[in-house]
Design a binder for this molecule. Structure first.
Ligand SMILES: C[S@@+](CC[C@H](N)C(=O)[O-])C[C@H]1O[C@@H](n2cnc3c(N)ncnc32)[C@H](O)[C@@H]1O
Length: 271
C-alpha cells in the first residue's frame, strides 16, 4: 500500500477509486475512467489481488460519479466562464473526464497529503489548481476568483462534515458568487447513526457526522438557494443496465431493505 500518508477519513477515497478502476474493465463501462486505474495502482499496486478485490459491488459509487459528471457537464456547457470547486476530490479524475475548456478555472481541494498523492499519480494541466486544506477552514475561499458563476461539487464529502460545517460551507459559497450550481450527496439520518458500526469506516477510524432525510430542505439555509432535483443511485437505471448480473441481483435484494434505496441521495441546487 502506498497510502501510508493517508489517515482516517482520507482513506475513504480508496474503495471509491477502486470501484472506478474496476468499472473501466467492464466491456461497456459506466464511467470509463482510465485515470482511476493509474491512480489506484499508484495507491495500491495489488488492489485487485485480495479477496473480493475484483468485486463490482462498488458500482453504485460509480453511478454517483457519473451523475455528478453529467450535471457538471451541463452546467459548464451553459457557463463556460465558471469556476469549479471540486471539494473532497480525493484521487478522482473528474477534471480529466470532463476536460473543460480553458475558460473554466478548476480547483480540486482535499487535505494536503491527499493533494500530494494527486501530484504524484495524476498529471498537471492548464487552468487547473490544487488546494491542500481542510474544506472547513474557509480561508481557501479567499483564493478563488469572484464575480463568475460557480460550480461546487462535493462527492462523498458531506457525510464526513457536521451539519453546522456543511451549512457554513454552502452559505459561504452562495454569499461569495453571483450565481451557481451546488451538487452534493449525503446520507440518511439512519445511515449517519449506523455509520459507527460500518466495518469499513471503523477500519479507517472514521464515521459520518451528519445525515439528512429531506435534502431539499437544505435550500432553506439561504434565501438565494433553490433545490433543483435528485439523481438515483442504488436503484439507478444505469446500474441495472450496465452492472454484471450478480451485482444487479445483489442490489435488487439490498434495495428491499428499509431505507436502502435512499440511503445516499445525490442532489442539485442552484442560486
Ligand atoms: C469518500 S472520499 C471521496 C473522494 C472523491 N470525492 C471521490 O468521490 O472519489 C472522501 C474525501 O473527502 C476528503 N475529506 C473529508 N473531510 C474533509 C475535509 N474536512 N476537508 C477536505 N477534504 C476532506 C477525504 O480526504 C477524501 O478524499
Amino acid at each position: 500500500m502506498n497510502d501510508t500518508e493517508l489517515v482516517g477519513v482520507q482513506k475513504t477515497l480508496s474503495p471509491i477509486l477502486r470501484a472506478k478502476a474496476l468499472d473501466n474493465r467492464l466491456p461497456d463501462p459506466i464511467l470509463g475512467d482510465k485515470y482511476a486505474e493509474q491512480a489506484m495502482r499508484g495507491l495500491d499496486p495489488d488492489y485487485d489481488k485480495r479477496r473480493f478485490g475484483t468485486s463490482q459491488m462498488g458500482l453504485a459509487a460509480v453511478v454517483r460519479a457519473k451523475a455528478h459528471d453529467d450535471w457538471a457537464r451541463s452546467f459548464l456547457a451553459d457557463h463556460p466562464d465558471a469556476v469549479v470547486l471540486h471539494l473532497g476530490c480525493g484521487l478522482d479524475a473528474r477534471v480529466y473526464r470532463i476536460d473543460p475548456p480553458a475558460t473554466v478555472e478548476w480547483y480540486d481541494l482535499d487535505y494536503p497529503s491527499t493533494i500530494e498523492l494527486r501530484q504524484r499519480f495524476l498529471p498537471p494541466r492548464e487552468h487547473y489548481n490544487l488546494i491542500g486544506s481542510s474544506v472547513t477552514d474557509l480561508a481557501w475561499l479567499d483564493r478563488i476568483p469572484r464575480g463568475r458563476p460557480v460550480l461546487m461539487i462535493a462527492e462523498g464529502l458531506v457525510p464526513y462534515l457536521t451539519e453546522a460545517e456543511v451549512r457554513r460551507l454552502v452559505t459561504s459559497v452562495v454569499d461569495a458568487f453571483p450565481m451557481g450550481q451546488i451538487q452534493l450527496d449525503l446520507v440518511s439520518v439512519m445511515g449517519w447513526r449506523t455509520s459507527k458500526w460500518d466495518p469499513t469506516l471503523r477500519r479507517y477510524g472514521t464515521r459520518f457526522h451528519s445525515g439528512f432525510d429531506d435534502p431539499a430542505a437544505l435550500a432553506d439555509w439561504h434565501p438565494r438557494l433553490e433545490y433543483v432535483d435528485e439523481a438515483p443511485m442504488n436503484d439507478s437505471p444505469v446500474l441495472m443496465a450496465k452492472a454484471p448480473a450478480s451485482v444487479r441481483r445483489m442490489y435488487r435484494l439490498l434495495n428491499l431493505l428499509p431505507g436502502m434505496k435512499r440511503s445516499v441521495r445525490i442532489v442539485r441546487f442552484r442560486f
